[in-house]
Design a protein around this ligand. Sequence first.
Ligand SMILES: *Cc1c(COP(=O)(O)O)cnc(C)c1O
Length: 398
Amino acid sequence: MAGSGHAGSREWRPQTKLVRGGLDRTQHRETAEALYLTSGFVYDRAEDAEAAFKGDVQRYIYTRYGNPTVGAFEERLRLLEGAEFCSATSSGMSAVFTALTALLKAGDRVVASRALFGSCSYIISDFLPRYGVETVFVDGTDLAQWEKALSKPTQCVFLETPSNPTLEIIDLGRVAELTHAAGGKLVVDNVLATPMLQRPLEFGADIVVYSATKHIDGQGRALAGAILGPKSYYKDNLQPLLRHTGPACSPFNAWIMLKGLETMDIRVERHCRNAQEVAEFLEKQPGVKRVIYPGLKSHPQYELAKRQMKLPGSVLSFEIDGGKERAFRIQNAFEIIDISNNLGDTKSIVTHPATTTHQRLPEEERLRLGITAGLLRLSVGLEDVEDIKDDLAAALRA
Ligand SMILES: *Cc1c(COP(=O)(O)O)cnc(C)c1O
């Protein structure tokens, strides 16, 4: 069947799934995927509407519930990830929020790694406790802290690896074991790794979430997110929440993501090659105190990253002498690299986490995470790597 991930008895390889997975051509036999920009769907007879709402027939009812273009994106990503289901959402944050709240109720307990994307950290530290959920943070790289925190019954564990912006690597297999022993589900924010580089489900994770805004689009055009996991979780927990609270992905954005997936493999591979070269280059520059990139032997979890990830990713961070003032001077001197908080874009992007993505955190907490005034995060793009290096060298001299 077209787009099913198989050709006869042969399972497609990943790149073929990315190009053809979920493809379901209309009677016009268009080459590219059709964009169904519609909020609703019509019925020939009232009886058909009744049957659809009763669930006696499976068909599209309303785009908040499902849409053929959104469905094609979900199916393509599902095949790649090897999950039982995939649900697309309006943004990465709606994916994180819905995935967590679908699992939790008042009185439950969540354990999370401390080094998280700013908004994820807000959900765990500020939002969930308001609804009676106990939340505990641990240093994600310290297995002893996970063991201690997960010695009590826990419904949900949430982590991000590599983390943003300090690129800590967490041992997925071990944390999955501890989570299950505590009776919980492991939810992994796999954004920085991308679906190409790390497969959390293979290490025992239960649920994977993405901001498709990042490498899946990869061209800075639109927001979307995705939640992947087992069918039971979808049916019992997630589907009712998605339908009735409405974090639906727009068909237009899903179409952009669907087309983004087709080139994601080659984009991510080149991103990683450029990032590795830039990381090695920065390590040799005067005035650069340290470079954090999982592909460098100097990274504290270099070996773990090699075991867990196919390649070390597109994002690196580096710390310069001279604190905020010099960090700003360097950013302002870039001629190619843009100042912005996005990542995974074809364009190289720099951000100063302490004053942007993580400015909400108290300084003490920022320093505990290694987000110093001299730390810059660089999302390495697809420009010629020599131009990226030239831009960095000139800015570091400024
Ligand atoms: C960007 C990002 C998100 C949020 O995604 P949006 O699409 O911006 O809502 C969540 N987690 C990580 C790690 C991210 O980088």
